[in-house]
Design a protein around this ligand. Structure first.
Ligand code: CU
Length: 350
């Protein structure tokens, strides 16, 4: 090491690098990424502009943080009911099936003001609408492909006959552009499941072809009694870091009353792990992948891996606005403020 890269030479290089950035002040100075902007070193949303004059413009950092929180608060309720509980409609067929019509399209999708991505959508939204059925239901899902490429729908976690497992060329032909494929099955296993593309999936799923598929027990007493039931679909790679298709500050908070017990179903449709962390109150994790745990456990951070579903209960005992976010912090906060996988639990006084 010393011979190849002596101290003198090292100092010389450091000097050259410092000189190169000099008065432009567009870099981070002497830190390991010297010569590059924060944005080019770290990438990702929110790293934005350079440090100024080798120092930190802390007033600007504070201003951006506050602006994001102000936008989040001003945005509460302005989602037209799409963020929580965007449920798929169905009709009953003469032969006793719940019939869901799902249309796949290529559309633009805005995750937060000014961040518009080319997306794939089920019925025009990311994630697709939540499909809610009851144990024992017979379900028919008509999937119409209006995209420029083929697709297939896998009902992730749902126990279905092999022929409707949704993997093109293994169990069915690809659903080609302009065609419709029909899936029929009986819903036998309760819990929090998903539906998503299983064709060009690393692109189609993270760009939007995914959603919740929830099978409620026929006997409702088998589920915990709750004040409200929410789904948080996590996604990362195709449309940025999102919860239910939106990035902070365009995510919506959960609003509860003191004393409420809420259920939240976390589902990860992305390609990364997301340790989700709620401030102020613990979560009781009671089911994973639709199976009730033999021993529910209490924690404040739990990691939702790709494909996993975690069901938790939160007793809303502490009034206030409590941050709720992924704890891989590059997914949630930067010098430009909170972003991505951040929302809040608002507990109001009774
Ligand atoms: Cu994350």
């Amino acid at each position: 090491m010393a011979k190849l890269f002596g101290r003198r030479k090292f100092l010389g290089m450091t000097g050259a690098a410092a000189g190169a950035v000099g008065a432009a002040s567009l870099t981070s100075g002497g830190w390991p990424g010297a010569g590059k902007t924060y944005a080019s070193v770290w990438g990702g949303p929110g790293f934005g502009g350079p440090r100024q004059d080798g120092g930190v413009d802390w007033q600007e950092i504070d201003r951006q943080h506050k602006a994001a929180v102000d936008a989040f608060l001003a945005n509460i309720g302005k989602d037209e009911g799409k963020f929580w509980g965007n449920k798929a409609e169905f009709t009953m067929s003469d032969d006793g099936y719940k019939v869901f019509d799902i249309v796949c399209e290529e559309t633009d999708w805005e995750t937060t003001a000014g961040s518009v991505f080319p997306a794939f959508t089920y019925n025009g939204t990311v994630p697709g609408p939540e499909i809610h059925v009851t144990e024992g239901d017979k379900v028919r899902v008509n999937v119409t492909n209006k995209m420029q490429e083929s697709t297939g729908v896998h009902f992730h976690g749902v126990h279905v006959p092999n022929a409707v497992d949704g993997v093109p060329f293994i169990t069915q032909p690809a659903i080609e552009p302009g065609t419709t494929f029909t899936y029929e099955f009986e819903c036998v296993n309760t819990g929090s499941h998903m539906y998503h593309s299983h064709h060009n999936a690393a692109e189609q799923v993270v760009r939007g072809l995914m959603g919740a598929f929830i099978i409620h027990p026929k006997d409702a007493s088998r589920d915990p009694e709750v004040s409200a039931d929410y789904v948080m679909v996590l996604n990362d790679s195709g449309l940025g870091y999102t919860i239910n298709g939106k990035s902070f500050p365009d995510t919506q908070p959960i609003i509860a009353k003191k004393g409420d017990r809420i259920r939240v179903r976390f589902m990860n449709e992305g390609l990364m792990i997301h340790p989700m962390h709620l401030h102020g109150m613990p979560s009781v994790v009671f089911a994973r992948d639709g199976f009730n745990l033999p021993a529910p456990f209490t924690c404040d951070t739990f990691t939702v891996g790709p494909g996993e579903r975690w069901d938790v209960l939160v007793d809303c005992v502490n009034p206030g606005v409590w941050a709720w976010h992924c704890h891989i912090l590059t997914h949630a906060e930067s010098r430009a403020g909170l972003h991505g996988m951040t929302t809040a639990l608002v507990v109001q006084e009774e």
